[in-house]
Design a protein around this ligand. Structure first.
Ligand code: HEC
Length: 123
């Protein structure tokens, strides 16, 4: 897990260095842990198919951290605004999150990633 986190950190730094605003490219480092294909299982992170509009911690097959389970119990859903805040600084939004991801500082990059998460087939 630690090694994955380090690899991800490197990949994320490389992506922001190019200023790339293509959602599919921005999702590439996330692919190490997440799939947008509901049928793909067994990755280290929860499946993210249909994420926007879905309950927080909504992959029934995934064992989430207490902080995300609590958000689910509170009835919270992922909408674009909440996801945008999460991507900017995941640990600030959910202290104790089991995902070590550096936030994406650039608003245009977050917007591109959001568009891709909402509709992966369009890119
Ligand atoms: C090293 C593995 C890893 C990488 C890389 C990673 N994640 Fe995660 N992600 C996780 C884990 C593990 C969780 C569950 C965290 C928890 O339970 O606290 C998670 C949770 C999430 C959630 C909440 C899902 C839900 O069902 O509510 C979202 C959204 C998310 N990640 C998006 C991303 C995006 C976007 C990227 C790339 C920019 C990314 N992640 C990169 C491991 C990763």
């Amino acid at each position: 897990m630690k090694l994955l986190a380090v690899l991800f950190f490197l990949a994320a730094s490389a992506a922001s260095a190019t200023g790339e605003e293509n959602g599919a490219r921005l999702f590439a480092p996330c692919r190490a842990c997440h799939s947008l294909d509901a049928a793909e299982r067994g990755l280290p992170g929860p499946n993210l198919a249909g994420l926007i509009g879905r309950k927080i911690a909504g992959d029934a097959a995934f064992d989430y951290s207490p902080v995300l389970r609590k958000a689910r119990e509170e009835g919270l859903h992922w909408d674009a605004q909440r996801l945008n805040r999460f991507l900017a600084d995941p640990a600030e939004m959910f202290p104790g999150l089991w995902m070590s991801m550096r936030g994406i500082e650039e608003p245009a990059e977050r917007a591109a990633l959001l568009r891709f998460l909402a509709d992966p087939a369009s890119r």
